[in-house]
Structures are given as C-alpha cells and as structure tokens.
Design a protein around this ligand. Structure first.
Ligand code: GLN
Length: 419
C-alpha cells in the first residue's frame, strides 16, 4: 500500500505551491541567490517513521532553527542556572535581530532571537572553549539528532560573516553588559558557523522528533537530551520561536516551532512528531510564507493544535464490578494525572466497607510516574481501612508497588481480560 500520509503531505504542498508571496532573505547575499521555488516537507513520528513530499532531500542552511538545538546543548553543557543567568525565556515581541535585552539584568529576552542565540552559543562546551570547539559541539550534536553527519555551508557562512555588522554590534553590546566574555568577533563567527550547518527537511523533522519524544531519539533509541532539557526547549519554541509573530502563530497553529531565514520551518508536536518544511520566500517577520501555510493546513486537518481538547472525559476507569465479594476496578489506556484522579474518585465512591479490592491493570498501556504514585496512595488508604488489596498486573505496568510503608499488595497471577 502506498502511504496515505505521504500522499496527504504531497497534497498540502500542492495547495501552497502557487503562493509566490514574500521575498528570499536579502541581507545574506548567498541566501538571496537561493532558488525561491524549493518546496519540501517531512514528518518524523515518535516511532521513527519518516514521510516526505517535494524537495525533501535538498540541503539548505539551518539558520535560526539551530537556536533551539544550541539552547538544548547549552543547557546540557552548563546547566539550567548558568544558562538562565545569560538569557531569559520571555517572548520579545520584537524582530529577531533586535537587541531586546531585559531592563535590569540586561539578559537577552530569549534564546530564539539573535541576541539570545549569540549569548547561548558562547555557553557551549565551557567558559574558555575555542570557536572551533563550540562549532564542533553544535555540528556533532545536530548530527546526532539528525542521525547523519551534517556539514558546514562555507559559502553561506563566508557570505553572512562579510555582512554581519548587525550581529557584531549585538555581540559588542552583550559584552559591554557582561553577558558574554568572549571576543565579539569570535562569538559571531561561531554563531554564524552554527547557523550555516546544512540540513534537509528530513533532518529537521528527525531532530524535532527527538525533542518531542522525551529526549529519546526515535530511530537510534539514544537519550540525546534529558526530558527536562527537551521540555524546556519546546517551551521556549512555543513562547518565542516565531519572533514577533509568536502569539499569532501559537493561537493559529498551536505547535512549538522555529523558523530560519533560509526558509526552513520546524514544528515539534509533543508526544507525536517533528515536522520540517522548506520554502525560501519569507514574510516580514522572516518566516517562510508557504511554510506557514502548510502548517495551517496540517494543524487544521490533523488536529495538531496543542490547545485543542476533546470532550471525552477520562476513559482510564474501564469498569467497576462486584464479584464473589470482591470489588474489581479495571483500568485501561495510559494512566496520567486525570486518569489516576478518576480512579481515586471511584475508590472514594466505593462504599463496600469490607471485602477484597482487586485492581486489574491487564488492559493498561502505561502508567506515568504521577499516575503510579496516585494509584498506590489510593491502595495504601484502602489497606489502612483494613481492606485486602490485590493487584492483577500481568505485564508489570506498576513496578515495585510499595504502598509507602514497605508493604505490597497481593499480586494475583494471570490475566483478567474480558472482565
Ligand atoms: N544567521 C541568521 C542571522 O543571524 C539567522 C537569522 C534567522 O534565521 N532568523 O541573522
């Protein structure tokens, strides 16, 4: 069977193809020479499957889409406190190349604008790292995320460095305020090299998929960043990834994202997929015109808006039945906070003052840490009430069911499916 998903992506591209609005970035001469008609798209799922359409294997410079990944690397290398001291997490509401510093701390407002990304770049590796070491850290980390060796586009890099007055002046101001220690020329050189790493939309989708999968690479299985770093990176993308149109973007599309002036656009949908689109013509904010349109379609058609919720309530509590003097609570699906809350509410409603309580987990897919703690607390309280508690957990979804005092519920073997 030919995948309907690949066909769908192709259809999305076809519906945006005729829009020739916007302009290719002109302030970097080499980018002005780019083919404006390039159009490609890729989706990488948390299971590591990749779907592509259009120019999915054409390389372009990553530009500002390097910023969230460099931020993740800096958090990993230096820790949250050190990074936070140098750069904030507030949307700037200003263009990507404005200085946008906080009034008192003089920190750049966030790591997605140039000032914040320059400050972030100089945190890579360690305090006295060289330009080459910092660039190599970015290049090798991006390569790990893309699961292939990424290279520098020398022409784009040389071209941008020749016209980098604005970023140089930002770096000088950052040094003036003590936000960076390095020589401004060196920081801008390293940052510009980081922006000039060549990627495809397939790479972007794969890199994004690692962030939305708790930091575990969906193809290699490697833990590439901690869950905390992945979460923070996505949060900053949601708040500021689309610069001065971040609010408009998040209300309309609802997917954490980052754009680059070469026309790339990365979307990262937590728990689901990474999405890469490329189309070089940009709007006045510096975001890809057709890329944005493609994301509008995806968000609408596929229900990808993060703020969208369905009125189904919780389905974790599958059934409550009384059999042979035993009260059975059968759970199903993924047990998170609200699922566990519905279980605790059912426990609370159980007015049987005596008798054995059986918790049947045979249809449960997974229990999050908070779900586990809440369910165990419910069981502990039943035990305190003098009830016998039995667990049916053939797949071990509730490992180490310590009731908090070193005692464990009775585990009954066998599956109870069908109850
Ligand atoms: N290298 C570019 C710059 O610093 C990146 C900007 C962007 O992609 N928005 O100006």
């Amino acid at each position: 069977m030919h995948s309907p998903i690949a066909d769908y992506l192709q259809e999305v591209l076809d519906t945006v193809r005729d829009d020739t609005g916007g302009e290719v970035a002109g302030y970097i001469p080499e980018l002005a020479a780019a083919d404006p008609d390039v159009l490609g798209m890729a989706v990488c799922t948390v299971d590591g499957r990749v779907y592509t359409a259009g120019d999915a294997d054409i390389e372009f410079s990553i530009q500002s889409i390097s910023k969230p990944f460099a931020y993740a690397a800096a958090l990993t290398d230096r820790g949250f406190a050190t990074v936070r001291a140098a750069v904030g997490v507030e949307p700037s509401g200003e263009a990507f190349n404005e200085l946008s510093l906080e009034a008192e701390s003089r920190r750049p407002k966030n790591p997605m604008i140039n000032a914040g990304a320059i400050a972030t770049h100089q945190l890579l590796v360690g305090p006295h790292a060289t330009v080459a070491e910092r660039f190599e850290r970015a290049r090798s980390f991006f390569s790990t995320l893309a699961d292939r060796t990424l290279e520098l586009d020398e022409r784009v890099c040389t071209s941008e460095l020749a016209t980098a007055d604005r970023n140089l002046s930002i770096a000088h101001m950052l040094r003036n305020y003590g936000i960076i220690d390095d020589d401004p020329h060196e920081v801008v050189e390293g940052y510009t090299r980081q922006c000039s790493i060549k990627v495809t939309v397939r790479d972007l989708a794969t890199m994004g998929a690692a962030l939305v999968n708790g930091g575990v690479h969906p193809q290699t299985g490697a833990q590439v960043v901690t869950p905390a770093v992945a979460r923070e990176t996505l949060a900053v993308m949601a708040a500021a990834g689309m610069y001065d149109s971040a609010g408009e973007w998040f209300t309309r599309v609802g997917i954490p994202a980052k754009s680059g002036v070469a026309g790339g656009l990365l979307g990262a949908l937590p728990g689901q997929c990474g999405i890469g689109v490329v189309s070089p013509r940009l709007d006045r904010h510096g975001n890809s015109v057709r890329g944005i349109k493609a994301f509008h379609r995806l968000s609408d058609d596929m229900g990808m808006h993060l703020m969208e919720s369905e009125p189904h309530g919780s389905t974790v509590l599958r059934s409550t039945t009384v059999r042979d003097g035993e009260t059975w609570f059968a759970l199903q699906g993924a047990v998170q906070f609200i699922g566990a809350e519905s279980v605790l509410a059912a426990f609370q409603d159980d007015t049987t003052a005596t008798g054995t309580l059986v918790l049947d987990l045979s249809r449960v897919d997974r229990i999050t840490d908070v779900g586990r703690r809440m369910v165990l607390e419910g069981l502990r309280r039943f035990v305190l009430d003098g009830r016998e508690v039995v667990l049916v957990d053939p797949d071990g979804k509730l490992p180490n069911p310590d009731l908090g005092d070193g005692t464990f519920p009775t585990v009954r073997a066998g599956t109870a499916r069908g109850r």
